[in-house]
Design a protein around this ligand. Structure first.
Ligand code: A3D
Length: 308
């Protein structure tokens, strides 16, 4: 392949994303983790499926950043999940240390890469990655809106007993309880969902979407979602590598758009080979705009608290 993607963190999201990238023949992949042997073992297991799956992209596992040199995209999934006794703030500071380290190590070898952050708390970690890297903000992007929108799209399809691929829907804002589902921009084959579902059902779907991550954690009991998160990450990777210019909700640095400044927040953008090709500014209602601003305010507060 003439493209190279590094995936940092060979856990559930990272490995599944790596698998999807090579199975689609999008790029050669380097999977890196601090745990010795684990990324190597997972990469070998994936490459041994190549004869059966029929892909020709390569994948290696490593603990050494030199192997990541010359990457076009760096996907960051390294991080800790909250453990018993750990506060949200402890987790925030622990993952901030991890993000700082992996960004510094990886950009040494890939100065022109585009960084996609997946580690939670998403918008805060993405803003930190941009600051630490010093990269222009169009090259540091957070994945969350595609996942939240995918969940929203699926729940709408389920309620209407129709194909999920027919449903277009948008969730904006920070990745958390304050995310903002946008029923006004949600359609089934062009038909607004308000024509197809009663308002109380739409509100119930909005709430289920906001709790989408927690619903999976409650079922799994150990760990969090990774199939839909990895698929969503790879949609970003593909739009960048193939210069597709897809319009996708991503966490990006806002400077003036939506009356917000110097804060990462989920909004629709066009993703091209450049990274963020442009930010799309929707004409929001007063309520929609204030929900987006409230969501961004939570991100800004947490960024200000980071002990880095
Ligand atoms: P998990 O399976 O625990 O994998 C994390 C991996 O990171 C582990 O293999 C660790 O060894 C590794 N790691 C830790 N520190 C480092 C380091 N310094 N350098 C390299 N690797 C390291 O977690 P997961 O894959 O389920 O989730 C990964 C992250 O993504 C977490 O922060 C999740 O909260 C987040 N996540 C975000 C979304 C969004 O929609 C934003 C969705 C799903 C998961």
């Amino acid at each position: 392949m003439d493209k190279k993607v590094t995936v940092i963190g060979a856990g559930n999201v990272g490995t599944t994303a790596a698998q999807r990238i090579v199975e689609k023949n999008l790029a050669d992949v380097v999977l890196i983790d601090v745990v010795e042997g684990m990324p190597q073992g997972k990469a070998l297991d994936i490459i041994e499926s190549a004869p059966v799956e029929g892909f020709s992209a390569s994948i290696i596992g490593t603990n050494n950043y030199e192997d990541t040199a010359g990457s076009d995209i760096i996907v960051i999934t390294a991080g800790l999940a909250r453990k018993p006794g750990m506060t949200r703030e402890d987790l925030l500071n622990k993952n901030a240390e991890i993000i700082k380290g992996v960004v510094q190590n990886s950009i040494k070898y890939s100065k022109d890469a585009i960084i996609i952050v997946v580690t939670n708390p998403l918008d805060i970690m993405t803003q930190l990655a941009q600051k630490v890297s010093g990269f222009p903000s169009h090259r540091v992007i957070g994945m969350a809106g595609i996942l939240d929108s995918a969940r929203y799209r699926y729940f709408i399809a389920e309620a209407l007993n129709t194909s999920p691929s027919q449903v277009q829907a948008m969730v904006l804002g920070g990745h958390g309880d304050s995310m903002v589902p946008m029923p006004r921009f949600s359609t089934v084959n062009g038909i607004p969902i308000s024509e197809l579902l009663p308002a109380d059902k739409i509100e119930a779907i909005n709430n289920r979407t906001r709790n989408g991550g927690a619903e999976i954690v409650a079922l799994l009991k150990t760990g969090s979602a990774y199939y839909a998160p990895s698929a969503s990450t790879v949609e970003m990777v593909q739009s960048i590598l193939l210069n597709e210019n897809k319009i996708l909700p991503c966490s990006v640095l806002l400077n003036g758009q939506y009356q917000l400044n110097n804060v990462y927040c989920g909004v629709p953008v066009r993703l091209s080979a450049k990274g963020v090709e442009s930010i799309i500014e929707l004409d929001l209602t007063k309520d929609e705009l204030s929900a987006l601003k409230a969501s961004a305010a939570i991100v800004a507060e947490n960024v200000a608290q980071l002990k880095i």
